[in-house]
Design a protein around this ligand. Structure first.
Ligand code: ZN
Ligand code: ZN
Length: 363
């Protein structure tokens, strides 16, 4: 089955509904989603009955391999993207050309608006992103592969952890291991944060040593080519204080309840609220300063967002992270993150890395 063509056919209906004859897809990630093309610098025009990808000579061979059957327009040397767009739009006779508000540049918009005499521009918002929320079988399988690579890398990290290693060394080794197991790249720069550094939700790995504190936060993920894993664990590496144990158990319980609330028909903000309530009631509410989770797909952070005032209704096929946290400035932080698929009957947790309090104690 041609997933990409069926995605473009679904998009065609959405474009029509948005009042446009065609859509100029300028987000490279959206182009990948709609065509399978893994390169950059290429736009896609989705018309009423045909599609054209606009690229340049560097990508001819790659396009033939990755997108058999898709019409391509290779810009001759010296022709800018703008002129290529104008030419193909003219040929398609799209009187109302949809454009992607989130990715089109103001400069391209202004030029098209001025020079495309026969076409009116119709700004659209999230047409492709909405389709991307629901993963098909191929995407779910790819995400499972990415998560498996993510897990295997972490198993090595855990087995080889030493007090004298620095955050940077641990992060580098983790990323190397994921690649060794088959990851194409990393999903995002790993966070490896010791003790007080773990209080920064987006700490970058530095020179702190694992033995400098009693806990280590690792937020990491593998990319299998297109799809991503995104997990967080906290390892307890030294003498555990009652405060740390309490924080850990509260976050774990918040995550458990958050995951339980993931099911078709649930509203994203309600799932967030369930987990947030656990942390609030334990007295840590002001130390949980981010949303509960996010969609996971071609982008590590994509729609839907699980957070305060997110009205998205969860549907089967969505993959979201559930990642509550408590961050005490200058002291430390605990976050636990898993990747969860919304199924017809509820949910399936796709990731499986030990996380009970006892299992998090190292050494
Ligand atoms: Zn993460
Ligand atoms: Zn995440």
């Amino acid at each position: 089955m041609d997933y990409h063509l069926s995605r473009r056919d679904k998009l065609r209906r959405a474009v029509k509904k948005a009042g446009a004859d065609a859509l100029l897809v300028t987000s490279f990630t959206n182009v990948t989603y709609l065509t399978g093309f893994s390169g950059d610098d290429s736009f896609l025009l989705v018309g009423r009955d045909n599609d054209v990808i606009l690229s340049d000579g560097r990508y001819t061979t790659q396009l033939e391999e990755e997108c058999p059957g898709l019409e391509m327009y290779i810009r001759p040397g010296g022709q800018g993207m703008f002129d290529a767009v104008a030419k193909i739009v003219g040929k398609m006779k799209a009187g109302r050309l949809g454009v992607e508000s989130q990715s089109m540049t103001v400069s391209l918009y202004n030029r098209l608006d001025k020079d495309l005499a026969k076409a009116a521009l119709v700004p659209t918002d999230g047409l492709v992103e909405n389709l991307r929320e629901i993963k098909d079988k191929g995407e779910i399988a790819a995400t499972r592969r990415a998560i498996e690579l993510t897990e295997r890398g972490f198993a090595v990290l855990r087995a080889t952890l030493r007090p004298e290693k620095t955050e940077k060394q641990v992060a580098d080794e983790l990323e190397y291991q994921m690649r060794q197991f088959g990851a194409k790249s990393i999903a995002f720069p790993s966070i490896v944060a010791v003790g007080p550094r773990a209080a920064l939700p987006h700490a970058t790995p530095g020179d702190s040593q694992i033995g400098d504190s009693n806990h280590l936060l690792v937020d990491w993920g593998a990319n299998e080519g297109q799809y991503n894993g995104d997990l967080t664990r906290v390892l307890l590496t030294g003498k555990i204080s009652p405060k740390l144990e309490r924080m850990y158990r509260v976050v774990l319980e918040a995550q458990r309840q958050g995951i339980e609330a993931v099911r078709p028909g649930a509203v994203a903000e309600d799932v967030d609220r369930v987990a947030r309530k656990v942390i609030d009631e334990a007295g840590f509410g002001r130390y949980f300063g981010h949303g509960l989770g996010h969609g996971l797909g071609l982008d590590v952070h994509e729609s839907p967002r699980l957070g305060v005032s997110s009205k998205t209704v969860l549907k089967p096929g969505m993959i979201v992270t559930v990642e509550p946290g408590i961050y005490l400035p200058g002291w430390g932080g605990v976050r636990i993150e898993d990747d969860v698929l919304v199924t017809r009957s509820g949910h399936e947790v796709l990731s499986d890395v030990p996380k009970s309090f006892e299992e998090s104690i190292v050494g």
